[in-house]
Ligand binder design. Structure first.
Ligand SMILES: *[C@@H]1O[C@H](CO)[C@@H](O)[C@H](O)[C@H]1NC(C)=O
Ligand SMILES: *[C@@H]1O[C@H](CO)[C@@H](O)[C@H](O)[C@H]1NC(C)=O
Length: 263
């Protein structure tokens, strides 16, 4: 008896290559945007937006009368190299966790001045670096300035921040050193509630929390307590630096136009 076997549906092993290519392209674009000086090269960007930038550029004055929270200078980077850092998604979660703590403690957050963006792809020839560059030089070459990725002033409207390469930070450091134990506490694993409630901590100029180098967001253990979440996931993406927002808007605008033509 002849049986008709229905042919097995062939599993189309969809190649993953397009996804990977898109990722590489996206990261490459992000990298370009972070490294190009738009103000000189692409003046149409700055001209168009000059008006509204000026308005929001009323610089906050941070003084030693405010209190500060420092978590370290590298987000989710246990090693000396960018290769050892976590991806952007992890780092944004971690940064949000740190910003939430600063909000909770009503302190100015001392933000790392550089952030590593996808080290793996950076290694694949996008960046050329000499073998004998020092660890610091390699770090500098592989990372992006924080203020080229995020609009620091815009973030400061919600949580005041300063960068850890700013003059204010150096002043805070030297003041806290002069004050010693009365100015700074180096803490690790102390809960934010304890930091707020204990008068020992709450009066100090600087709290230096040594966050887990592997994942800062581990400090937000109360993540599943919804009332403890102060910033939404969309917070940091919506704080993208001006030129990145403009580039995204241009992209959206173009797509809308295409949709309009097609529709
Ligand atoms: C913060 O604390 C860590 C660990 O105690 C220490 O290595 C680091 O130098 C401190 N940083 C500042 C800015 O005080
Ligand atoms: C949840 O978070 C809120 C706000 O931080 C806090 O008051 C409350 O005690 C927390 N609840 C638990 C069960 O940890």
């Amino acid at each position: 008896m002849a049986t008709h076997k229905t042919p097995k549906p062939k599993l189309r092993s969809k190649s993953q290559i397009p996804t990977i290519l898109i990722c590489v392209a996206a990261i490459f674009l992000l990298y370009l945007l972070c490294s190009i000086d738009f103000s000189s090269g692409f003046s149409f960007f700055s001209q168009k937006t000059l008006g509204n930038v000026k308005k929001s550029k009323e610089k906050r004055q941070h003084t030693v009368h405010e209190k500060y929270l420092y978590w370290g200078n590298r987000i989710d980077c246990p090693g000396k190299h960018c290769e050892s850092c976590e991806g952007l998604g992890h780092q944004e979660s971690s940064l949000r966790c740190a910003l939430e703590e600063a909000m909770f403690l009503k302190r100015v957050f001392v933000m790392p001045s550089r952030m590593c963006i996808n080290p793996i792809h950076n290694q694949k020839g996008i960046l050329h670096q000499s073998k004998d560059a020092s660890a610091e030089e390699r770090w500098a070459a592989n990372s992006c300035a924080m203020d080229s990725l995020y609009d620091i002033d815009l973030i400061s409207n919600t949580v005041p921040v300063i960068l850890d390469n700013s003059k204010t930070w150096y002043q805070i450091l030297s003041t806290s050193m002069k004050l010693g134990d009365r100015g700074v506490a180096h803490v690790e694993g102390v809960s934010r509630v304890d930091l707020e409630e204990s008068s020992h901590y709450s009066n100090l100029l600087l709290i230096n929390r040594t966050a887990s180098p592997l994942s800062w967001f581990m400090e937000c253990k109360d993540r599943n307590n919804h009332s403890a979440i102060m910033l939404p996931y969309s917070f940091l993406p919506s704080m993208a630096a001006e030129k990145l927002r403009n580039a995204a808007d241009k992209g959206r605008g173009r797509r809308r136009r295409v949709e309009w033509v097609l529709g």
